[in-house]
Design a protein around this ligand. Structure first.
Ligand code: GAL
Length: 709
């Protein structure tokens, strides 16, 4: 184990120089927040074994300051312990401290309570926002400064903000000032290692690039902007994330390897797989629509097992490591021929050649012709993107069902009329986050109505989120149509938008909003009812907060859940609302009973299982046949589940390149059927699995186990 102090990295146009040595940063992104602490060491061991020498790590603000002014860096949130485990294994770390991270994490990392700060606008020059950032950063940086390489730790670089370029035009000069302030703040708080940004630069930090591949033109533009500095690829996407209702994303590994070799041959000195190991959105940590599995079709799967992609890339990492000094210090010459490119590097009698062709005769997972790239040292081919893939055969690790998981009780979640808690009463519906501060997905909205005659009635909710169930007189009469859209447009009507957006960017926001299909938050229900009094109840379920401004074509603080605007019943405004946030079962002990209606909606289901404690390996629940809800193991929430059928690639298809080896499929299967159970959450003796099912219960559930390699 290597624990010796590391000197700060210095950069020039060829690479960073770390410990007096140039090395290619072969970097993998891992979020400690997406895997319990007990698994950290094993995942890092596998990472090192697969030839990765650096980690990139997002630090999510809402993971450490979930409650305002309560800072938690213990247990699963013990960032310093994670960093020490990296250090013991000789891994360098690039810490991506945000405070805005994105990462398909709830609210891009922002705590939901931040919305309640007076006059707050996120990610720009705004007093309320910056005051809270500063306060949090004082706590965060007190943890991490001792972990910088300058203080003997593994943190070699720190990233501030994230892809600011995507929103810079909306925040104008205020935005620029804010990003500069972020750099100054990091320095003031003691960060003396290089600061970096990705996709968007700021004086005092090294700008890095993100993409599926990095074309030569982008490298040249970056070099022109920041001469004399290394070119680093901070996010190389090995596939894409998965959202409920879309098919699973994949990327052909051969395409990834060719893109890496091309980037390095063109002078790139470091790349980061985003994600290397994606992990799980445990609890309610997923962003809007992101499913619980964050595996990302990565080199390590959701359980931390090397995939074929991972084993194949190990061969590439070994080749790059063997050639590192020649690639980063050698004399370079280039030959271009027939669309292909060969670069030769010479140093001290050694010769490395990277030869790349944009098209081979082999078709990839998306049926397109694959590129081919190979690297050789002194005439010996160390890695060939096509033949190494064929040579790579990972072991098959079958899943086995653990017998004995049986139903031990049910309990219906009551309709609002059967609840004893006092509702919040108001003429107009009150927005859900104002009532929950995002501590629950659920909020009931109810109103009494009176009809004069028999008829069909139309309920129209122009602004509701995310997924609503409608009940009339306690009877179910419909739910929101699926699939939901990831980008839904503004949460606010035109006149209200003006007040919420920062004045600077008003026109820009308006332009953005124009591009969205209208009615992104519209829900409509129809029902029959006779004359007399009736009761309408709507259960709003949130599915995570957005990750960025673009999802709602407006500033992030204008995120909304539940119902927050006029509701129309047969064209007339419906008033006199009662709101009941939270499920009863979330606030009170669930009263388990035997029997009950096995098919009823909105019901808690409990299962029991004896384990002897000697079980090893990976565990998952098969929830095939169930509907939508939340899953818990021994009192802790695994995550949201939804067996919604996934079809198509999703909205990102419009900007994802056609030649990157990306594809989605198969269509027609649930986006996520299997749900990881953290091994450390299981125990010897009686174990409990609880599902809160909103729709139709399945016939049963299975706990499955797989041995590790
Ligand atoms: C990037 C972003 C990451 C992650 C990724 C998609 O644009 O910086 O945080 O969201 O996209 O997986």
């Amino acid at each position: 184990m290597n624990c010796s102090p590391i000197q700060p990295a210095i950069g020039d146009q060829r690479s960073f120089i770390i410990q007096g040595r140039r090395r290619i940063l072969i970097c993998g992104e891992i979020h400690y927040s997406r895997v319990p602490r007990e698994q950290w060491a094993a995942i890092l061991d596998r990472t090192v074994e697969l030839g990765v020498n650096t980690l990139a790590v997002y630090v999510f603000w809402n993971f450490h300051e979930e409650k305002r002014d309560v800072f938690d860096f213990s247990g699963d949130r013990d960032l310093v312990h994670f960093l020490q485990l990296c250090h013991e294994r000789g891994l360098l770390v690039i810490l991506r401290t945000g405070p805005y991270c994105c990462g398909e994490w709830n609210y891009g990392g922002f705590p939901a309570w931040l919305r309640e700060e007076e006059g707050v606008v996120f990610r720009t020059w705004n007093k309320g926002f910056m005051h809270r950032v500063e306060k949090y950063f004082k706590h965060l940086y007190a943890e991490i400064v001792p972990q910088l390489t300058t203080n003997g730790g593994p943190v070699v670089m720190v990233q501030v903000e994230n892809e600011y370029m995507n929103i810079a035009k909306w925040y104008g000069e205020d935005g620029e000032r804010y990003v500069r302030w972020m750099v100054d703040l990091a320095r003031e708080l003691g960060v003396d290692v290089p600061l970096i940004t990705c996709e968007g630069g700021v004086p005092g930090a090294i700008e890095c690039l993100n993409g599926f591949s990095i074309p030569e033109e982008r490298i040249q533009k970056l070099r022109a902007r920041q001469p004399g500095l290394p070119v680093v690829w901070t996010e190389l996407w090995p596939a894409w994330y998965d959202t409920w209702g879309a098919a699973r994303h994949h990327r052909d590994a051969r395409n990834i390897a060719a893109a890496i070799l091309e980037f390095i041959s063109r002078g790139g000195s470091g790349f980061n797989y985003y994600m290397w190991f994606g992990g799980t959105n445990l609890g309610r940590t997923a962003m809007y629509l992101q499913c619980t599995d964050y595996g990302f079709d990565g080199p390590l799967d959701e359980f931390g097992q090397p995939t074929r992609k991972g084993l194949y890339l190990r061969a590439l990492h070994r080749a790059l490591t063997a050639c590192g000094s020649v690639l980063l210090e050698g004399e370079v010459s280039v030959t271009k021929e027939g669309g292909g490119e060969t670069r030769e590097f010479r140093l001290d009698g050694k010769r490395v050649v990277i030869a790349a062709q944009p098209e081979s005769a082999v078709r990839g997972g998306d049926a397109a012709l694959l590129p081919q790239a190979r690297i050789s040292l002194d005439g010996e081919v160390l890695f060939d993107s096509l033949s190494d893939w064929d040579a790579c055969t990972p072991p098959v690790l079958p899943w086995n069902t653990i017998a004995g998981l049986t139903l031990t009780g049910r309990c219906p979640e009551p309709m609002p009329a059967d609840r004893f808690d006092e509702p919040v009463r108001s003429e107009m519906p009150v927005e859900q986050l104002l009532l929950t501060t995002d501590r629950s997905d659920s909020c009931w909205y109810g109103a009494n109505v009176e009809f004069k005659a028999n008829g069909t009635h139309q309920l129209r909710i122009p602004f509701g989120a995310d997924f609503l169930y409608c009940f009339v007189d306690g009877c179910y009469c419909g739910a929101t149509k699926t699939p939901l859209r990831e980008w839904r447009g503004p949460t606010l009507r035109q006149p209200d938008r003006k007040q919420s957006a920062c004045a600077m960017a008003e026109q820009e926001w308006a332009n953005e909003a124009e591009q969205f299909i209208p009615d992104g938050f519209l829900h409509e229900f129809a029902f029959e009812a006779g004359p007399g009094p009736h009761r309408i109840d709507l259960l709003a379920t949130a599915i995570g907060l957005i990750k960025g401004d673009w999802s709602i074509a407006g500033p992030m603080h204008t995120e909304r859940k539940g119902i927050w605007d006029d509701v129309l019943l047969d064209g007339q405004q419906l008033t006199g609302w009662e709101m009941r946030p939270f499920l009863r079962g979330e606030k009170n002990p669930v009263a388990w009973a035997e029997g009950g209606d096995p098919a009823a909606r909105l019901q808690w289901h409990r299962f029991g299982l004896q384990l002897n404690g000697s079980e090893r390996g990976d565990f998952r629940l098969d929830l095939g046949g169930w509907g939508k809800g939340m899953a818990f193991v021994n009192g802790r929430m695994i995550g949201r589940y939804w067996l919604l059928e996934g079809n198509g690639y999703g909205p990102d298809a419009i900007w994802h390149p056609k030649n990157a080896g990306l594809y989605a499929g198969p269509d027609g299967e649930p986006t996520q059927r299997y749900y990881l159970v953290p091994r450390s959450w299981l125990k010897a003796g009686e174990n409990e699995v609880v599902l809160f099912e909103e729709q139709t219960p399945g016939a049963g559930i299975q706990l499955q186990q797989r041995n590790q390699e």
